[in-house]
Write a protein that binds this ligand. Sequence first.
Ligand code: MD6
Ligand code: FE
Length: 217
Amino acid sequence: MSLSSTPSAAFDLPPETPTALPGFRLWKGAFDRAAQVALLAQVTAAEATAPFYRPETPGGRPFSVRMTNLGPMGWVSDRAGYRYQPTHPVTGAPWPPMPTILLDLWRATAAWPAPPDACLVNLYDARARMGLHQDRDEADLAAPVLSISLGDAAVFRIGPAQVGPTATVRLESGDVCALTGPARLARHGIDRVLAGSSTLLPDGGRLNLTLRRSGRT
Ligand code: MD6
Ligand code: FE
């Protein structure tokens, strides 16, 4: 992917990496270093209006990741539950716009007629993790969820929706993956972040952006 593809152009994808789980799609190195730097700059700029904050689970436990969102809708969690909403829960401001490059990426990968309306951004420090979960707060569970990783590599764990063994995949800076079709409700999470494995983020750590169709727009 090159910088010249903004605004709105075709996203030049590398060959897909095969996976063992049907519907779990992976494109290693989809963003080259220049594109990673450009996307990081857009996230950093968005932080001015949509700062990272630490949500809590409906049960009142703080997440180890910090979160913000881009696009018309954002995924939030608090004592009232999980949901999508158009405003930042701390500042009350609308979420910043969805970067064009993410819309281009969605068009190139998603095989879905409508654009994503939410991009959840998770920020991991060296100790942060994400427990096994399913992404099921979207109105239409047929639409894929697409993820982009930036910064330190992480051990991503994924397994079938109900029962069955999980396996791990290392997600590195610039990798794109997607939960589609039979893997749309796969259980997945982040076991750990490999601190110091990337120089992309000035203070280290990992960013993961997930593009969704909340269906609330
Ligand atoms: C992460 N990813 O990589 C967490 N969800 O930090 C996710 O939870 C995820 O990678 C849906 C689809 C792809 C993902
Ligand atoms: Fe997820």
